[in-house]
Design a protein around this ligand. Structure first.
Ligand code: ADP
Ligand code: MG
Length: 690
């Protein structure tokens, strides 16, 4: 479709926003709507109302208020005796925009300046009207207008015009949604939905529009979730039908598990192991997500599952996102499995080529029962003799594709995905709709909740006094610096500086360790081992310890520049303490904060509940950033938005399940399958269906 007004320059700007087709533009939903039906001449404006008025700039003036605040004022007139003054703080840039004589539509809250007796409007929305607009004035005025995000130099106003033309020229579209569903939910058809998404019909409720709950918006949000859920359901049922390994749960398996267990499993661990064992015994591949807060004992359950596989003559693999975590898991599994006579190997990027070669040989010949590693495990030349169970830790750092890659290393191995980042239940439906979920909702006995405090950085000496007291009682402490991608070097410098300061000035007689991502692997291991043994009393580090370090004697976590960490990361870090019987503490040291960082710190001080924290995190950051869309395999939602649209997600899920399970609609189902095949892969970047 040709769109008038889109030349190469504009096409490039649209492209940069990911808008390359008419379909993309149609799905480019306005982020809010403005009611410009209430267009009044100046003489009819009343103080207190939201109104749109059309007038001409009569004069402008800018004045200096305080040192750096300039006030820009424009006086509007429309030929009547009444004037209106628009005011903008820091508005000097408007000088060139609102020259006298310019005709504008002004929208905002009208107020009466009691001092001058004039009507004023503070920071109004405005749009310049030009003569050649006349034909299109109906788009911008006298109706509810959509406000789209600008794209490059394409202003919301130009965007509106483009979308108007597209909607006007829209041919009759075949509706991809099954008719039965449209009828049951009373949804508008496809074309109407897009038209009314951009240009709501007269009489539509503005509040409802801005809450994204008009009929058109509901339909499009629902539809997006519906396809996603259908795809996930289909994939899930397909996997269920596949032949997999039926592991035997023999007496010997039970005995081996008992022999391995260093302590009595909690009730939650037992229940979850039961769910996993049932899946493993079934003749279909397991696809299960094991969710549980930091320190809830997921790894122990994973080890039990590994025993089931190994005792049946298969191998197990453990995939971890970082070398530190892989090394940690390796030590953990090696310890547990030592008494059972299993051989464990560790494969990471930093092992030498020769070493790697030897380890791969062990795995390929089936001489190692369990292989633990980072991405190195996924390399093509890593072959298992008989992979039966793949365990993936910290799934949110791996995409769906990696999950599949690991799966391909066995015939149809069982998959257990572990995540320590509690995923809000609703979001896990989108992300893991194709997985069954087990939750460990109970901490190992004797754990005391970590006490969290907030301290401003100018009182850091107080923190060191406190740390000293804890260390005198035999405990250990972490001091952590944030690494934000672009500032890794800065974080390293800060950590190194603090390391020297603590070592030379504050705690001259203690052993202090330093750990960061750029150290050679051996030094890293040595620093961790020293801390684990307890000779190193304080470990200063960048966020490399975020996941996986397990030192029960450490009772203090000091997080420097805590305002720069995300909530998920703060919670993960805090989970490094509180693993022993002693009361543990987390100290959040901050510099200057903005509103969001203040909210994050408050959440941390108030709550130890990973689920609550995850929900807050998602609210504060939005789900895309929450997971890092790229690496998470989180489908790119276009019109729908989580958490805003959670309840629509639930409706869509229910409908998708019911639709697919209903035996009486084969024709519709076929159409849905065809549509998914054509659109699913491209839109959501997920694996094949059907
Ligand atoms: P997660 O992987 O969920 O963060 P881990 O499996 O690393 O948690 O367990 C955290 C700590 O709790 C470890 O030191 C582990 O040995 C210990 N632990 C796990 N399960 C139990 C249990 N049932 N009783 C006592 N301690 C446990
Ligand atoms: Mg863990």
């Amino acid at each position: 479709m040709y769109v008038k007004g889109v030349g190469p320059a504009r096409a490039a700007m649209l492209e940069a926003k990911g808008l390359s087709t008419v379909e993309d533009l149609l799905a480019y939903a306005p982020f809010r709507y403005e009611d410009r039906t209430n267009v009044k001449p100046l003489a009819q404006l009343a103080p207190g109302e939201m109104a749109t008025t059309i007038a001409e700039v009569a004069s402008v003036k800018s004045s200096q208020l305080r040192r750096r605040t300039a006030l820009f004022e424009a006086r509007f007139q429309d030929g009547s005796r009444v004037g209106l003054v628009g005011k903008w703080f820091h508005g000097d840039y408007l000088k060139t925009v609102l020259a006298p004589g310019t005709r504008v539509a002004v929208y905002g809250k009208i107020e009466l300046d009691s001092y001058t007796g004039e009507l004023t409007v503070l920071h109004p929305e405005f749009e310049i009207l030009s003569a050649d607009d006349e034909g299109e004035a109906a788009i911008h005025l006298g109706r509810i207008v959509p406000i789209h995000e600008a794209a490059g130099k394409i202003t919301p106003r130009v965007m509106r015009t483009l979308l108007w033309r597209i909607c006007e020229g829209l041919p009759a579209l075949e509706d991809p949604l099954p008719e039965s569903i449209r009828r049951e939910l009373g949804l508008p058809d496809y074309g109407t939905a897009f038209r009314e998404l951009h240009f709501p019909k007269a009489g539509e409720d503005l509040r409802q529009l801005n809450a994204f709950r008009s009929g058109a918006q509901f339909r499009l949000i629902f539809e997006e979730f519906f396809w996603l859920q259908c795809g996930l359901q289909l994939r899930r049922s397909k996997v269920r039908l596949q032949a997999g390994i039926a592991f035997g749960l023999t007496e010997r398996v039970r005995e081996q598990i008992k022999a391995m267990l260093p302590f009595k499993p909690t009730g939650a661990q037992k229940r979850v192991l039961g769910e996993i064992a049932r899946d493993m015994a079934a003749p279909h591949p397991m696809n299960r997500l094991l969710q549980g807060d930091v320190g809830s004992g997921k790894t122990l359950v994973a080890a039990e599952a590994a025993i089931i596989a190994i005792e049946n003559g298969y191998q197990a693999a453990v995939l971890a996102p970082t070398e530190i975590l892989a090394a940690q898991h390796y030590l953990y599994f090696k310890n547990l499995f030592h008494k059972l006579g299993y051989v464990a190997v560790l494969l990471t990027g930093s092992s030498s080529a020769r070493e790697k070669g030897k380890l791969k040989e062990l795995v390929a010949r089936g001489l190692a029962q369990i292989a633990i590693g980072t991405h190195a495990l996924l390399e093509e030349d890593v072959a298992f003799q008989r992979l039966g169970l793949a365990i993936i830790d910290e799934q949110h750092r791996f995409g769906v594709m990696q999950r599949l890659r690991l799966m391909e290393k066995g015939i149809t191995p069982d998959i257990l995905v572990m995540t320590a980042t509690p995923i809000p239940r609703t979001l896990s439906l989108t992300l893991y709709g194709d997985l069954d979920v087990s939750v460990i909702d109970e901490m190992p006995p004797g754990r005391k909740p970590v006490l969290t405090r907030h301290v401003s950085e100018d009182r850091i000496e107080m923190v060191w006094t406190f740390v000293k007291k804890e260390i005198e009682q035999g405990r250990q402490a972490y001091v952590v610096y944030p690494v934000i991608e672009e500032s890794e070097t800065a974080a390293l410098k800060a950590a190194e500086k603090m390391y020297r300061h603590l070592k030379e000035v504050v705690f001259p007689d203690l052993r202090i360790g330093l750990l960061h991502g750029r150290m050679p692997a051996d030094d890293k291991e040595e620093a961790m081992a020293g801390f684990k043994r307890g000779d190193v009393r304080i470990l200063v580090s960048t966020t490399v310890i975020e996941v996986g370090v397990d030192v029960p004697n450490a009772s203090v976590m000091v997080i420097e520049q805590a305002e720069r960490f995300g909530l998920a990361q703060l919670h993960q870090l805090r989970g490094r303490v509180g693993r022993g019987a002693a009361q543990s503490h987390c100290v959040l040291v901050t510099g200057r904060m903005n509103d969001t960082s203040r909210e994050r710190i408050r959440t941390m001080v108030d709550s130890n509940d990973g689920f609550h924290i995850a929900e807050m995190d998602m609210k504060l950051r939005g789900p895309g950033e929450f997971f890092g869309t790229k690496q998470s395999g989180l489908p790119a939602l276009r019109i729908a938005n989580l958490p805003r649209d959670t309840e629509i997600l639930n409706v869509a899920r229910e409908r998708a399940v019911a639709f697919l399970e209903n035996p009486g609609n084969e024709r519709e189902k076929e159409r849905v399958l065809g549509y998914l095949r054509d659109h699913w892969q491209k839109r959501y970047g997920l694996a094949r269906v059907g």
